[in-house]
Design a protein around this ligand. Structure first.
Ligand code: G3I
Length: 455
């Protein structure tokens, strides 16, 4: 099939672009999450995986946007003490080194949890022995990082949904109710400078489970058990942010502990579309605003840098797209909403680096048996750009039949796209998009490759 490449520029689109350009404020408001959060006196962090730190776009996004890091898996018991009294910290040390080199705070995650727990711990059946083993683990791990971490998730997910009863774990069964307070005492002794948190999911709003955690924290504060903070994980679903999240944060704050949103992600049925992304943006705005509104809420951590590596699709089939950056590190509407809720300006600020860079994101907007439509969005980083180039790599049997809002040049399977003209220069954080139609007579409708750069 003959390839036809058509650049279309409509007068209505041009008018819209001019309106958008005219609306961009010339403001000094912070242009990154960490800068905006810092101006509010809170941290904005992410979970990170050590095995992705070698990926340039991953690390550039991590360093540019976040000032707090939580190792996603590398400090868990199965990694730090895989066999009894044999400790290893290689990947965790790399995380801490990276965070320190970037001026990021570090949240240790997590000392006592029923998951990612080695089998040898599960096999212990004596209270005295398991208490010794738990204290030894905390003493070694928190002791290793003593002075290096700002926070520890000391105990993770000890309560059940619904009833708020204690979860049936080896610690609960063999040691009993007091394992949690014993863990906090051991953590305080091992690292007196770290804030010690209890961390759980589905305690973001008021319910039986958050009531049970509230009662425990209240009891700990009364009896002097060393607890400093509560982590609301906030693994949420689009459209389902609890309406009372701010009131719930406030009631914990009123007990005299700090509150952190520790593992925020807001998942949707994939693929994303503009309506779901808009709802997700509203949801991120709601969670961020709730934290900002309560003085004792001192930080927000999202559970991953990019949708590409999120845990969600592995656990919830057909769901994902839960984070602030898409698979190509493009900023999603939720990013802008979060930044705005922090008092930042998605179109302003100096961005703290990355001048002149762009990121790009691909979205499939329609599909049929022998073809599909796609859209590419190019977003400027912390500095303005005067132009951009996107490169699509088509798959076998695919032809670009039409392309609009861009000027394409083809070379074999590579289609290089330059701006249409009016959408060439971008203010910091601003975006331009082009769309295209692909014919695939053989039925190969797999997504094209995408890369972008300046000029
Ligand atoms: O490292 C192995 C690798 O060697 C192996 O080839 C591969 C095969 O499946 O598995 C890899 O381990 C995976 C590990 O993540 C590291 O990637 C495990 O299978 C996988 O189960 C594990 O998932 C983690 C999950 O906790 C375990 O419960 C997720 O990455 C992590 O995001 C998730 O984080 C938890 C928080 O710690 C606590 N709150 C809930 C949150 C989401 O589940």
């Amino acid at each position: 099939m003959r390839r036809a490449l058509i650049a279309v520029l409509g007068a209505a689109t041009l008018f819209l672009a001019m309106l958008v350009a005219a609306a961009l404020p010339a403001s000094a408001a912070p242009g990154t999450l960490k800068e905006a959060a810092a101006a509010k006196g809170i941290v904005f962090g992410t979970a990170a995986a050590q095995n992705h730190l070698g990926e340039a776009a991953y690390t550039e996004t991590l360093n540019r946007e976040f000032n707090q890091l939580t190792p996603e898996n590398e400090m868990k018991w199965e990694t730090t003490e895989p066999s009894r009294n044999s400790f290893g910290y290689g990947a965790a040390d790399q995380h801490v080194g990276h965070a320190r080199s970037q001026g990021m705070a570090v949240r240790g995650h997590t000392l006592v949890w029923h998951s990612q727990l080695p089998g040898w711990v599960e096999d212990i059946s004596s209270r005295t022995e398991l208490l010794d083993v738990m204290r030894n683990h905390i003493s070694n791990v928190a002791g290793h990082f003593r002075g290096d971490l700002e926070y520890w998730d000391v105990v993770n997910e000890a309560f059940l949904d619904g009833s708020g009863a204690r979860r049936d774990t080896v610690f609960q069964r063999v040691i009993g109710d007091d394992y949690i307070e014993e863990a906090f005492r051991a953590a305080r002794a091992a690292d007196p400078g770290a804030e010690l948190c209890y961390n759980d999911y589905n305690i973001d709003g008021r319910n039986a489970k958050s009531d049970a955690v509230y009662a425990m924290v209240q009891d700990f504060k009364r009896r002097g058990v060393p607890i400093d903070c509560v982590g609301l994980q906030a693994h949420l679903i689009v459209g389902s942010v609890p309406g009372d999240i701010q009131a719930n944060i406030q009631r914990f704050a009123d007990l005299g502990v700090k509150v952190y949103i520790t593992e925020l992600d807001i998942r949707m049925q994939t693929p994303p579309d503009s309506a779901k992304l808009a709802q997700q943006a509203d949801d991120y705005r709601a969670v961020t605003s709730a934290c900002v509104a309560v003085a004792a809420c001192k930080g927000i951590t999202v559970w991953g840098v990019t949708d590409k590596y999120s845990w969600v699709p592995d656990v919830f089939e057909g769901e994902g797209a839960a984070l602030l950056f898409d698979d190509d590190y493009g900023k999603k509407p939720a990013y802008d909403a979060t930044l705005e809720a922090l008092g930042g300006d998605p179109g302003g600020g100096d961005g703290g680096g990355g001048d002149g860079s762009v990121t790009c994101a691909y979205t499939r907007t329609a599909q049929w048996g022998t073809g599909f439509n796609g859209r590419v969005t190019i977003t400027a980083g912390g500095g303005s750009v005067s132009s951009w180039t996107a490169v699509l790599t088509m798959n076998s049997g695919q032809d670009v039949a039409a392309l609009w809002n861009g000027r394409p040049t083809e070379n074999g399977s590579t289609v290089t796209v330059k701006p249409a003209g009016w959408n060439s220069s971008l203010a910091p954080g601003a975006s331009a998009s082009f769309g295209f139609t692909v014919n695939a007579p053989d039925g190969n409708v797999s997504d094209p490759g995408l890369a972008c750069d300046t000029p």
